[in-house]
Every structure is written in structure tokens, then in C-alpha cells.
Write a protein of this length. Structure first.
Length: 155
């Protein structure tokens, strides 16, 4: 008995399947650079206080921008995309620090850490990076009370 012939829409022929996006070399370099930066930032936050991590990041900023240069939108995309894949290593604070490091134009950037009280009477903390009133990294800080705010010059 003969096997049935495959039709043009048959899944075995990979027809009508959505194509995976092929990334350019610059995209891969950006994704890998941001992923490495998130891993380094997560490790640094475990052994150094936050102000010291921000000072060290400010010293490394010229090298990072040479290695990983991207527009604000591409830097945010790469930080979010790699952060989703790094799981618990990439916290909101790590993402905000790396985005602040990678974004080329730091004028008007503000790194904020805020807290809110949960229903169980515990404190929940969140970090976000904003330019003016627009949040770039981190969810909307509507319910959070800002505890600490740093602008790019205070790094």
C-alpha cells in the first residue's frame, strides 16, 4: 500500500508555518553582550553594595558602549528579551542597571527603587528605569512609593 502524498499545506513540508526571525550579527552581539552584563551585574550585586556597583558600571560604560552599541529601543528590547530567558538571575534591579549601562543617551535617565505594602502586610520592592515620566524598564510604578532615586550623573 502506498503512503498518502503530502499536500502543499502539510506540516511535514513546513509550508504555512510561521518563519522564525533570523537575527543579524549586530542583534546577536547585542543580545550576548546584554546577557553577559546581566550575569555580571547579578553577581556583583551579591558581593558589593549598589552604589559601588553603579560606580564600577560608570567606569566601564565607555567599554560597554564600544562593545554593545544600540539605540534606546534596541537596548530595552535586548535587556527585556535576555532577562526573560535568564529567569531568577535577572531581577528588576539587574535589568534597570544593565539598561542604564547600555543606553547611549543617559540624559534624563532615573533609576528608582520603590516599595509598597502588600495585602499580607509585607513590603514589596521594585526597581525601574525611567526617562521623565516614561518607564523604560520595569513595570509601571503606580503603587510603589519611591524610596531612592538616582540620575545618571550620580553613578
Amino acid at each position: 500500500m502506498k503512503a498518502p502524498r503530502a499536500r502543499a499545506t502539510d506540516a511535514r513540508l513546513c509550508v504555512n508555518r510561521p518563519r522564525r526571525r533570523l537575527y543579524a550579527f549586530a542583534d546577536w552581539r547585542l543580545l550576548i553582550g546584554v546577557a553577559v552584563a546581566q550575569l555580571v551585574a547579578a553577581a556583583a550585586l551579591r558581593v558589593m553594595p549598589l552604589p559601588a556597583v553603579r560606580r564600577r558600571a560608570a567606569q566601564l560604560r565607555p567599554f560597554v558602549r564600544w562593545a554593545v552599541h544600540a539605540s534606546e529601543a534596541r537596548a530595552i528590547w535586548a535587556t527585556s528579551a535576555t532577562g526573560r530567558r535568564l529567569g531568577r538571575l535577572s531581577t528588576c534591579l539587574v535589568r534597570a542597571l544593565v539598561a542604564e549601562l547600555v543606553i547611549e543617551d543617559t540624559s534624563g535617565l532615573t533609576l528608582t527603587i520603590g516599595v509598597k505594602r502588600t495585602a499580607a502586610s509585607t513590603l514589596d520592592a521594585h526597581a525601574w528605569l525611567a526617562r521623565g515620566d516614561r518607564v523604560l524598564i520595569g513595570s509601571t510604578p503606580d503603587e510603589y512609593v519611591p524610596l531612592v532615586e538616582w540620575d545618571a550623573r550620580s553613578a
